[in-house]
Ligand binder design. Sequence first.
Ligand code: SF4
Length: 690
Amino acid sequence: MEIKRAEYMGFCGGVRMAITMAETELEKKRQLSVLGSLVHNPRLIEDMEKRGLQTLSSLNEVDCGQEVMIRAHGTGPSTYEALLAKNAIVLDATCPSVKKIFELAKDYSEKGFTILILGEKNHPEVEAIKEWSAGKGIIIEDLEDLKSLDSELDVVVLSQSTLAEEVFETFIFEIRRIFSSCVVLNTICSATKVRQEAAVHVAKQVDLMLVVGSRQSANTRHLYDLCSAINYNTHLVSGATDIEADWFEKVNVVGITAGASVPDWIIKEVECNVLEKELKINEGETVTSPEIEEQKTTEVEVKVDEVVEEVVETQEVPATEQEEFDMESFHLPRYTPGDIIKATVVQVGNDEILVDVGQKSEGVIPRKEFSADSSILPTDVLNVGDEITVMVIRNEDQEGRLTFSKKRAEQRQHWIQFTESLNQNEVIEGKVLELVKGGLIVDIGVRAFMPASLAERRFTSDLKHLVGETVRVRLIEVDSEKRRAIVNRKMVLEEESVASRDAFWQNTHEGDVVKGVVRRLTKFGAFVDLGGIDGLLHISDLDYYRVKDPSEVVKVDQELELKVLKLDAEAGRISLGLKQMKMEPWEAFAQDFANGDIVHGTVVRITPWGAFVNVRPGIDGLIHISELDNRRVEKVEDVVAVGQEIEAKILEIDLTRKRLSLSLRAMLGEDSYDQDAVDQMIEEVQESEF
Ligand code: SF4
């Protein structure tokens, strides 16, 4: 059976330091009091307690002047004050990495930031970070804890040193979505990270994975969670006695990792036990050759001896270079790329903008990071002293300057807003940029896709008419990680249609004038969209003269003002009139002309007794044959022809009988004729004609 050990496992630098301090004290004085459990490993503590370690569960157990050790997880300021008050001698074994987190919590809380502490609520390190945050710390154990927080807060994010990286990333994604101003400081200890990566690496390659450590230890639990997510045959064991023989059936390769508070001797004990299990399994097999069996037994025993020797050596060997406490991991940048922060403009140029972000830090926004719209000049829109929101894109350069992006901060903000907009089902506006395969691209701050089927209320194969238009849409899918947004206009149009239909029936009465757009023509009229509701414009109501086909008067997409002739709410019918929007033609004619005026017209029909002249749509006048010329006219065709445009004098407008008498002869000047006789003849002709 092969054993694969994780490259990094067991004591981290901080725990090793605390244990070494404690062991030294125990060797010197044979007694040592520690406030709280020195590390989270009951077996190790039990072993040390046999050698004089005393674990105090509260400050009340501390006597005046007593020597007390602070454990690796550290403690809050009130404990130091209480120990000082008791004149206690403090041996501080707080891990320097943890102390650094305390300092960050203190610094940022003093600057007015709210400290979001990612970690387990009852973990001593997390409780201590909260205490160092001086009333401004909030522990975030799960995403629910974020819901009640004010999104306007200026927050700094710190994490428990042993938090799993994946958990941290999940929190950060949500925090960045909620808070427009947040500084993220990844305070997960590098010892934790390398142990987690090494454990996952081994778990992928083995048949059985053993995670050695205590369930009380957060980092051991995280190692177990990570390994069991990859290898279902993972077991958490506190030591060799937890190992069960039947786990090893059909197992060829065993992986081992251990939490940060597990001493080497427990790890070696586990390894020995694994090899002994192999020996027992081999003993249980049917062995045909005593020589082979003896050889196997000898091989395993030799391996066990090797391991035992290693234990002795390892206990005496100082920590390897990698295991030394890694202060580098806490040379934290003040800002992490991706942080969104407020900045004050100190100098505006069109190539770059200088900003002040406080903490004696200045930075630069290169022109290309200023705005998504490259045509906007910084000098046109920014003034010194303006406060803007920026994203950190690069840490300090050789000149100590940070590099920021205003453009990316805005885009991040957009994605946050989109997610909110999606959650709240908001309607937003965007400009249609272009047609693409399957739909349209709409600019809503970022490029969103609108499927063709969701662009109009009714299916339309050609959507070109929407390009360049500003449309109202609703987000139906937002994936900020993939930077994908899908919008739906049809849904908005349908809702607006329902709303305007309701408003129409409530507010519209017969006789009202309404606006509409011709949507469809039929033989009997036109259907007009009144904004979500259709009305019928019947062919007989298109105009006062006889219309043979609606297309003579209106066309599709034409905007019209129409009179509401009849409303039938129950049947949902609306009758509209176009001709009712203008004056009756005879009345209009009589308003515009008087007897004796000259009128222009076209000869439309010739009869033996005269010519009919159309002077306006729906109004034909008669020039009696006797009114065609001064001389006697034998045939009407001798003077006028159908289609000829002429000017004639109005002899009479008869509104009651809707008759118009015209004369060409009267245009010829003074001449004598028997007007009464002519009138008589016109009368007779018109009687028979009309
Ligand atoms: S895991 Fe890191 S922070 Fe925690 S005690 Fe160990 S070295 Fe210190």
